[in-house]
Each structure stands twice: as C-alpha cells, then as structure tokens.
Design a protein around this ligand. Sequence first.
Ligand code: CU1
Length: 550
Amino acid sequence: MQAADSTDRAAENRMTAIHLAIAFVALFIGVSTGVLQALEHGGVDLYPKVKPLVHSYYQGLTLHGVLNVLVFTTFFICGLFQFIAPRALGEPLASRRLGWATVAVMAVGLVLAAIPILTDAASVLFTFYPPMKAHWAFYVGLTLVVIGTWMVFANLVLTHRSWRTKNPDRGTPLPAFMCLVTLAMWTIASLGIATEMLVVVIPWALGLRAGVDPLLARTLFWLTGHPIVYFWVLAAYVSWYTLIPRQVGGRLFSEPMARGAFILFLVLSAPIGFHHQYTDPGIARGWKFVHGFLTFAVFFPSLLTFFNVVASIESGARARGGKGLFAWLLKVPWGDPSVVAQILAMGTFAFGGIGGLINASLSMNLLVHNTTWVPGHLHLTVGTAVTLTFMGISYWLVPHLRGRALWSRKLAVGQAWLWIVGMFVFSHSMHRLGLLGVPRRTAIGMAPYLKPEWGLDLKLVAIGGTVLFVSALSFFFNMLMTVVASREPAPAPVDLAVYAEGSSGQSGRLFDRWGIWVAASLILISIAYGPSLLRMWSTAPFDVVGLRVW
Ligand code: CU1
C-alpha cells in the first residue's frame, strides 16, 4: 500500500492554506459591511462616510451576502475537504495538478465577480433575482467558482477510486464518506444554478437574449439555493461527527446512523426549493405542498445528527468523570476553543432549525416572508451553526497548517462566547422585527414608514451586530498572530485516520452503493421539479428587460 508521503501532504496543506486565506479575506470584508448594515438599522448610517469605498447600503449588502455566504463558505469547504478526505483515506490527493487548477479557476472566478461588485455594477444582492441585471462578469465569475467545486469533487472521487482498488472490501472511512456525499449532493443540486447561469442569465447579460424570465430564473436559483445551505451545514456536520467526539475524548455514538443521515441529506436536500417561493405566482399550490412536506422530511436527519453528536459528547464527558443527568456537561473541555466554538454553534442550530420549520410551513411562511425574520434565521444557521463551526475548525487547522500553536486560546474561547452573545441579541431582534413586519433587504433608516414600536429592536440589531463585529475582529487577530507571531510548536493534530480502522463493517459497504442513492436523488428531483419546470420553460416568454435599480 503506497501511503501519502510528507511531500504530498505539504503540497496539499499549501492548497488548503490558500483556500482558507481567500475565505478569511472574504469573511473580513463581508463582516465589515455587515456591521454597517446593522448600524444603519439602529439609526447610525455610516454609508455616506464610506462612500469612496462603498456607494450604498445595497452595494454593501451585496458584498456582505456574496462574500460571506457564497465565497467564504465555498472556499473554506473546498480547502477543508481536500485536507480531510485524503487523510482519512490514507491516500495522496489524486491529482495535485487538478488541485492547483481548481485554485486557479476559483480565484479567477472570484476576481471576475468581485470587480463589478466593487465598482457598483452588480448590486443585485446574493440571490441576484432577475430582472435586476448585473454586469456579465459577476455571473461568469460566480459560475467559475461553482465549476471549481465540481473540480474538487472530481479530485476526491479519483482519490477515493485509488483507495478502493487497494481496499475492495472495506467501507469508506467515515470522514471521507461524508465529504464525498456532501460534494455529490452539492454537484447534483448546483445543476440548477448552472442552468440558470448558462441558459438564462449569462446570454441575457451578454445581450444575446433580449429578455429574461424571472420565475424560471428564480426557480432554477432555488433548486440550488436551498441545498447550498446543506452544502454549508453538512461541512459543519463532518466536523461534528468525526472530530468533536475525539476532541472531547469520546467516540461517535453510532456510525451507521451517521452514514444513514448523510444519505438522507443526499436524497432529500434538493427537491424542496419551492419553500422559498410560496408567494410566487405561477407555481401550482400542490407542488408547493410537496416541497413543504419534503422540507419537513429533511429535518429528520438533522434530528438524528443532533442526537448522535450530543450522545457522543456525553460519552466523552462521562469518560472524563462526568456524572448525573446534566452535570456531565461540566466535564466537557470548555477551555478548548475548537470544542467550545463548535458546541455553541451546535446549540444555536437547534433554534435555527425550529425557525426553519416555521419558514417551511405554507401558512406561517406568509407572516414572515420577506421580513427581517428570514435574515434573522439565516444568521442562526449559516451565520452561527456554520460560521462559528468553521472558526472552531480554524482554531486547530490553521495552527496545524502553520506548524505553530494558536496564539491565544483564551481570546479564542472568549471570541466564541462573544459571538453567541452578539448573535442572540442580533438574531432575536431580527426575528421580532420580522413579526412586526419590518422588510428585509431594505435600508430601514431612510424608510418613510418607520414605526416607533420598532425602535428598541432596531437599536438592539445595531448593538448585536457591533458585538459580532468585535468577535469577528478578535478571530482575525488571533489567526493573524498565529501565522506571524506564534513561536510555540503546534500540538499534535487530531487523528483523522482513526475511522479508517473502525469502518470496515457491512454497514459501511451498504452505504457505499453510491449509484442507488444518486439515482434516488435524481428521481426525486425530477418528480418534484419536472412538471413545474417543463411548464415554465415551454411558456417562458423571455421578454422581461433588465433593470438597474441601484
Ligand atoms: Cu430553504
């Protein structure tokens, strides 16, 4: 068996480091405009002051959305998966050349998309709903980033294949299995946005098509736009399932259940996008109901995850001497910033999940649709469950890549708690304001319909947002100091190979039958989307001209 040698690992580490560095720069700019938006809601509009850099609230909001939820997450996940999967398989990354080509394609895409955003030629927010029309480079750039994720998937599939030839009878090691399932789900789901870009939006942005069809574009967008949330969340789950149990000194409660949950995500994540379009005309009520039902179904593997991971943490805490019904919680290693950040992220996700069920309810959605409730919800899910988990991962991964210990563990633990405090204030107020009817995606400070009863919560949005910004700054400061100033050697890395030993059972093999699960996913998508998309496509007049509303 030809295992990966240290030169392979050194090159892979460099690749991962570049992905992470780009992700952090994106996050930094994203949170910097984020705090401006929060302050604007609280009545402190700093946008006129930063005019040379950012022209308007809406350009800032586009930067915030695109950089945080599209760029930061995608680059972080691509770097993380190319680090985890080859190690779990004990193989070198199949093609280093493909790996570097991926970095190049994604970086070029990012630059192409960033230029029109920074020059205020693409202030269309991260959902870029037509007929709002951005410069073509914005769409082409984002498409290249998506293509980069497919290249990561291809590289990991090839890596898995060379592992398989040497291990014909074993189940795929759990961390690698989870990375591959996540990328398979994402690759299938991203066909929606790829079609939107290549067939509908880019020809229109280039002037090859006179008009666009907003409903068709939105439908294709949400075919990808909901599962992209699972692309982010599953990357966090990979860490919760495979690393946290070891970090707390325990073991995963049930490995077959973990694999089963991921397969359910592969099958159920995509055919549910209509829950973002309950108020859209032109989609039959019955199909909206089907998507609503399936959205509730995909809640189930998240429940399995919560149970499995919390049971694993409990086993670790009990192994460290924890006792009682809840007193074992005291034995969780609360001084380990990586553990603290991820456990707090997980706890927050429970609230995000409950809010998600409200969003997904056909009737209750009408109350919260297009209000600040929705970004309030998003900040619990992608803004905390995912982001704080990625920060927690960074607290061990960046020191490992750099070969130096984390600069300050205390600052890191404080940062995670500060994030939770800031997010609680911010998100709770956003949810409340949503129920009072405050619109999302809107510069509220200049709205003529501002109501006095919104006042306190709008102030709390500004306060919560500022606390979050301070927390983010301390994260970046710690990362920077780890890279440039830390002198102590990094502690031994988390042992990813351990699951390579434990997963040779039959259940591993059963879940490795990719063909069945991918086919099930494609069939379900065809059923849930086929009739509606066919009708939209055959009746789309493509006659809506582009608007520049900013
Ligand atoms: Cu969704």
